[in-house]
Design a binder for this molecule. Structure first.
Ligand code: F6P
Length: 329
């Protein structure tokens, strides 16, 4: 891993934390759209589990502006993300947050982008096959969030998460290798499927959400819906039969029981079940105390290989769009 980039990421995070120190932060708002929003779900889970005082909210950018949360103000930290730095709703959200006196910290892959310009602090993350996991979006966001918890509440997990994230790349690669055959089977067996649901809970729900809305619907034009494993029994389970496909994620956090319960029921009545279980992965280098938080990152990485195999088999590149970047919306 390039030491330069690691140092750079750490410096950027510290610079953001310096700004946080200058304020009295009482709440954190996570604001983004699509995949950049899904990225933030595990971080909200972290704050819900770890924070004693501050609370966390998560909104799609336009809703953030229009809802105009009563608690948004000078004591708010608004964390935004846009990969391109160009999504208008997210850029407007940064401006809106600052107009309310909040501190706007943005993550983006594009330096100097409109989002970067509209924010108080910018964290640039790396992206793509060459990038080490430590320098990518999920990792940078976790460093920021655990850093905020340490700064404001003296939470003691920052060093644990930092060390674990430094070892994340090897965990990713081993997990993808372990599930390589499954990813290939998925591509071949499900290439003609019209509907694929996804399901998870807790820290992993965002991964299921992102696979449903970004990979299946946006990038493959396959019908989907992300179902919360707890909600499964309150409507969606009526749909399960031998013909209906479900991707079911099993993480390692406190809500795993919900995912196991949903899987158990699905096995009784369904057949087309694609299960990714973080308990199968080798987490060497990841500290026990934060494994549940790291699991969604690894599940997300492995699922991306499933997306690649599916796109290949269907001859439908993940970059294909009908409307985005082509027409006004
Ligand atoms: O992260 P950005 O650049 O704001 O882009 C958001 C767009 O990218 C995606 O996350 C993935 O293509 C879309 O869901 C969304 O419209």
């Amino acid at each position: 891993m390039s030491t330069e980039l690691v140092v750079d990421v750490k410096k950027q995070v510290q610079a953001a934390l310096e700004e946080v120190k200058k304020k009295t932060i009482e709440n954190v708002f996570f604001v983004a759209c699509g995949g950049s929003s899904a990225l933030m779900y595990p971080s909200k889970y972290v704050i819900d589990r770890e924070a004693k005082k501050i609370d966390a909210h998560l909104y799609s950018s336009n809703e953030f502006i229009h809802r105009n949360h009563n608690k948004l103000g000078e004591n708010s930290l608004v964390i935004l993300c846009s990969h391109s730095g160009n999504t208008p709703e997210t850029v407007e959200s940064a401006k809106f947050a600052r107009s309310k006196g909040a501190l706007a910290v943005s993550l983006t892959n594009v330096e100097g982008s409109p989002l970067a310009q509209a924010s108080d602090v910018v964290l640039k993350y790396e992206w793509g096959e060459e990038a080490n996991a430590f320098t990518t979006n999920y990792s940078v966001l976790y460093q920021l969030v655990f850093g905020v918890l340490k700064t404001i509440e003296n939470n003691d997990k920052f060093a644990l998460i930092e060390e674990s994230l430094e070892n994340l790349q090897q965990v990713h690669e081993k997990a993808a290798e372990l599930y390589k055959g499954n990813a290939e089977d998925f591509g071949q067996m499900y290439k003609n499927e019209n509907i694929i649901y996804t399901m998870a809970s807790g820290a992993n729900y965002g991964v299921a959400y992102s696979f449903a809305i970004c990979i299946l619907m946006e990038m493959q034009w396959i019908h989907s819906h992300a179902i919360h494993a707890g909600e499964y029994f309150h409507g969606p389970f009526e749909i399960i039969d031998q013909e209906t496909s479900f991707i079911i994620l099993l993480g390692l956090d406190e809500t795993r029981h919900l995912e196991e319960r949903a899987l158990e029921f699905s096995k009784r009545y369904g057949k087309k079940l694609i299960v990714l279980d973080a308990a199968d992965f080798d987490f060497t280098g990841v500290r026990e105390e934060v494994k549940g938080y790291i699991a969604p990152l690894v599940l997300n990485y492995v699922l991306r290989t499933y997306a690649d195999r599916l796109a290949e088999e269907r001859n439908h590149p993940l970059s294909t769009r009908r409307y985005m970047w082509k027409v006004e919306y």
